[in-house]
Design a protein around this ligand. Structure first.
Ligand SMILES: [Fe+2]
Length: 282
């Protein structure tokens, strides 16, 4: 028998959802969106998948924001982002403040993070890498505000359908995803109507959750061979509808699985340019 330190080996178990890859939020103005996400947050416009003026994909480490043009959508809760340097972020946000005046854009430094509101009201909490989060750049979590009394049922949904590790508290739950990511659901009193934003996840076992969702008439789109969608989270114990958030569920055969996403070093500028430091490896 081996001796020495005893490890809790379950902490490194990964359930069926191995990545949350993108969050899709429609925006009414592409130039303002680019100013905020690229110049302000310091993220990178996807150089390969380009939709012209109607949509932009913004790389944040190994995750993305998808921002098609349409009426503004707002996440009910907030998105967590990890960036390499919060002081540099502060400076970049100051630099775009004037041009975003008249929108909902704002930012505020708090202990351990920087709270940012996008021009249309999406709340983003920015953390510096290496402290709470090991990733150097990316989207470690999204926290959704959900109706009172739903968080335990939501945890059961992800546990039963996707075999996720879940952590439940009195009025919230956390769903573990892949390496260093999670979905959080926090009960609040005042709930806002769902406006259609979505998230994309990759799963190892593609068919088992599909069978369950199909049996319960929860599939909203059979997108193609590699992807389906569902929108409503139900309590598997009772069938009660708990919360709407569209999931794009992708198999590991999806052509975009594991795609290399280009990230730039946001510290590079025309004024301080240094050869060889253009890329950022998250
Ligand atoms: Fe999507």
């Amino acid at each position: 028998m081996a001796t020495g330190k005893i490890y809790d080996r379950t902490t490194e178990d990964v359930g069926n959802i191995i990545a949350m890859e993108h969050v899709n939020i429609t925006v009414p103005d592409q130039s303002l969106a680019t100013l905020f996400y690229v110049n302000g947050l310091g993220l990178t416009r996807d150089p390969y998948i380009d939709f012209g003026p109607n949509n932009v994909w913004i790389n944040a480490g190994n995750q993305q924001f998808h921002l098609p043009t349409n009426k503004a959508q707002v996440i009910r809760g907030h998105i967590g982002i990890v960036l390499p340097d919060l002081n540099a972020l502060d400076e970049r946000l100051y630099s775009v403040e004037k041009r975003l005046r008249g929108t909902k854009f704002s930012f505020k430094r708090s202990k351990g993070f920087l709270s940012v509101t996008c021009p249309w009201g999406n709340k983003i909490k920015c953390y510096e890498s290496g402290k709470l989060y090991t990733m150097r750049l990316g989207i470690p979590y999204i926290e959704f505000n959900v109706p009172s009394g739903t968080s335990k049922g939501i945890a059961r949904f992800y546990k039963e359908l996707f075999n996720c590790r879940t952590l439940t508290r009195k009025s919230s739950c956390q769903i573990t995803i892949g390496r260093g990511q999670n979905l959080r659901f926090k009960e609040v009193k005042n709930n806002v109507d769902y406006d259609g934003h979505h998230i994309a996840i990759y799963v190892v076992d593609f068919s088992t959750p599909h069978n369950y969702l199909d049996d319960h008439s929860l599939i909203t789109e059979e997108s193609d061979a590699h992807q389906y969608r569902f929108k409503t989270i139900i309590d598997p114990n009772t069938g009660e509808k708990l919360f709407d958030i569209e999931h794009e569920v992708r198999s590991l055969h999806h052509p975009m699985y594991g795609r290399f996403l280009v990230n730039r070093n946001a510290a590079q500028s025309f004024r301080n340019y240094q050869q060889g430091l253009d890329a950022f490896v998250p």
